[in-house]
Write a protein that binds this ligand. Structure first.
Ligand code: BDR
Ligand code: CA
Length: 369
């Protein structure tokens, strides 16, 4: 109950409280969250601190604008990783997006220049030569933060123990480097919400998703660090299909960010059409959506390992739905199954999504911005 509605209730009562009694009741109501014990309906959400690690990238751009227009999140920093484009281009794009949103107050830090153990793979074919679908962003008016991305993550996590959610929406190189350099951050991070992986399909190979395929060793470090990981992968992002009808709704409003988003979404829809698809998946925006409101997806807690060696399966996220493996023992030169070993689940895998609710949410958040 707000102060105003409390006053309305009080003024309607036949025998008004004497002033000191009214003040005591008011303080009790405020402390208890209202007469029914519910949270005050009018209060804005307390924003949750997050760091977004990104490789913009068209869908990264949409995710970043969603984050910057969502009062539930307090974006503490962007750290930049190569993936969709080179590290240099991704940094320019992140600065341009922060400029577009008028948020030069948020630090943007460069990070790794290449994956931990393989050659950098970029995807201008999908994201346009500049990574933004060749749609012009304002020239960056914000400065680069001088810190190395993984160091900035370490510093901020220590400064806000237990509070920060990490949201990597590119290859996991920077997050892995932060953990490898300072494992003491693991219990201090609130949660890691990853866009990446899949337990059912791939988009680079038959079984590997791009963010994991582009740095499998880093992904294996991050998935097994010991913190809470939620994996928002192709199992759900491929069901968030943004099509012509959604674009029409986004185009009904305007504003600098709204208009930029409209052009990027049109680029992505046109690109998908070239491959016979009717609409485009909202990979990175959905990960942000889940960080804002976890009820957009249902998850299953399971053991996930990243394949780092397979001939056909490098970069695959191997999900063990039963959290169990066969136990074998050596007897007479053969292996005999003697039971089942439990394996510890380490990842909350998103398996179902309320896609239309999420797509409407995305459109509403950017409308008129
Ligand atoms: C992921 O790969 C990149 O192309 C997108 O930005 C997204 O993060 C989807 O597989
Ligand atoms: Ca991305």
């Amino acid at each position: 109950m707000s102060m105003r509605s409390f006053r309305q209730v009080a003024s309607k009562s036949r025998r008004p409280f004497p002033l000191p009694a009214a003040l005591i009741v008011l303080s009790i109501l405020l402390l208890s969250g209202g007469p029914t014990g519910t949270v005050l309906a009018q209060d804005p959400p307390v924003p949750r601190p997050v760091i977004i690690d990104t490789d913009p990238g068209t869908d990264d751009a949409m995710a970043i604008l969603l984050a910057l227009n969502s009062p539930e999140l307090d974006v503490k920093a962007f750290t930049v990783v190569p993936g969709n484009v080179t590290a240099g281009q991704a940094l320019i794009n992140t600065l341009g997006l922060v400029t577009l949103a008028g948020r030069c107050d948020i630090p943007v830090a460069a990070g790794a220049q290449r994956p931990l153990a393989q050659k950098l793979i970029t995807a201008e074919f999908v994201h346009g030569e500049d990574g933004m679908g060749n749609i012009e962003l304002p020239s960056p008016a914000c400065d680069v933060d001088g810190r190395f991305g993984p160091d900035l993550i370490i510093e901020m996590v220590h400064a806000m123990p237990g509070e920060i959610t990490l949201i990597p929406i590119g290859p996991l190189t920077n997050i892995a480097l932060a953990v490898l350099k300072d494992p003491s951050i693991v219990p201090l991070v609130k949660e890691v919400v990853v866009m990446g992986g899949s337990i059912t399909e791939g988009n680079v190979t038959a079984v590997a998703e791009a963010n994991i395929y582009n740095d499998p060793e880093a992904a294996q470090v991050v998935f097994h660090a010991g913190w809470k990981v939620t994996m928002v992968g192709l199992d759900v992002t491929h069901r968030t299909n943004f099509g012509a009808a959604h674009l029409e709704r986004l185009s009904a409003t305007s504003g600098r960010q709204n208009d930029f988003a409209k052009l990027v979404m049109r680029f992505l829809i046109d690109l998908s059409a070239q491959f016979g698809a009717d609409g485009t998946p909202m990979h990175d925006p959905l990960a942000l959506g889940v960080a804002i409101d976890p009820s957009f997806v249902d998850t299953r807690h399971m053991r996930v390992d990243v394949e780092t060696r397979g001939e056909f399966t490098r970069g695959m996220t191997v999900g063990n739905r039963y959290n169990a493996v066969e136990h074998n023992e050596e007897r007479d030169g053969r292996l005999v199954m003697t039971g089942i070993d439990r394996v510890e689940p380490n990842v909350h895998v998103a398996v179902e999504v309320d896609a239309e609710r999420f797509l409407s949410f995305f459109i509403e958040r950017l409308a008129g911005r």
